[in-house]
Ligand binder design. Structure first.
Ligand code: KIV
Length: 263
């Protein structure tokens, strides 16, 4: 069966109806975007994970709006035709609705992205999301482990194990759907709960560390490509060990320069 590329929010919902899974990968630079452009991967997320995998911070909290704009613009150049989602960084929408909307519209205007992603589903965030969707722009939700609140959540741990938390997550997902999100990331959500949430929504769920019963998956590209020689998250699968290859290539270059074999 042929798979239609994802261009508009309606295409995402249609995919779910057709029971065809969705693949998303994060990306932060032009060259890797060119690689992705040559694959059938459905969409690219310029995530605030760039704070960790690009900037080397301990969390996503230091990421600025300008960082998201910079990286989204260069990814767009490398993958002009992919569905491109930009992440709203910590502090860009939490303080005040007007400020949140202003920052959202700035990212939309400056990056040429096709959607914004927001973490959380509290009343304030829901109001901002609803306003953006009503203004005509697509929004992706993100619940479960929301890395911008990892301090209050007691670290990076599976969410939705207790009954009360299950109900909260299910309600959050429904609220995000009702304010117009076209899709929701479920991060580190307990597997059975992720399945139940997915069954209860018409919009697709995109899992990360949430089992294989969601409507799609997202991974951080550095994890998938084994770029970090020191760390791989438990939920990730390393499809190629680029750090080993890279370190070996660099060592060989060093040896050849010193032995006058290169150039
Ligand atoms: O910032 C990010 O990369 C993300 C994904 C892990 C979903 O939010």
């Amino acid at each position: 069966m042929s798979v239609k590329s994802l261009k508009y929010p309606q295409d995402w919902i249609e995919r779910k109806k057709q029971k065809q899974l969705i693949s998303i990968i994060t990306c932060y630079d032009y060259m890797m975007a060119k690689w992705i452009a040559r694959t059938e991967i459905d969409a690219i997320l310029v995530g605030d994970s760039l704070g960790m995998v690009i900037q080397g911070n301990q969390s996503t909290l230091p990421v600025q709006i300008d960082d998201i704009i910079y990286h989204t613009k260069i990814v767009r150049k490398g993958a002009p035709d992919k569905f491109l989602i930009a992440d709203m960084p910590f502090g860009s929408y939490q303080s005040d609705i007007t400020e949140g909307l202003k920052n959202s519209f700035r990212i939309i205007k400056e990056t040429n992205c096709q959607a914004l992603k927001f973490e959380g589903a509290d009343q304030h965030t829901l109001q901002i999301i609803e306003r953006i969707v009503k203004s005509g722009f697509p929004v992706m939700g993100h619940i479960g482990l929301t890395p911008q609140s990892f301090m209050m959540m007691g670290g990076f741990r599976i969410q939705g194990k207790e009954e009360k938390q299950k109900q909260i997550l299910l309600e959050q997902a429904k609220k995000l759907e009702s304010v117009g999100c076209f899709s929701i990331v479920l991060e580190l959500v307990e597997k059975e709960l992720a399945k139940e949430i997915s069954k209860n929504l018409t919009i697709p769920t995109i899992g990360i560390g949430s089992g294989n019963e969601t409507d799609g998956q997202v991974l951080v590209i550095q994890d998938l490509l084994g770029m970090d020689p020191d760390f791989i998250p438990k939920h990730a699968k390393v499809y190629a060990n680029f750090s080993a290859l890279g370190i070996e290539a660099l060592r060989n270059y060093d040896i050849e320069v010193k032995q006058k074999k290169f150039p």
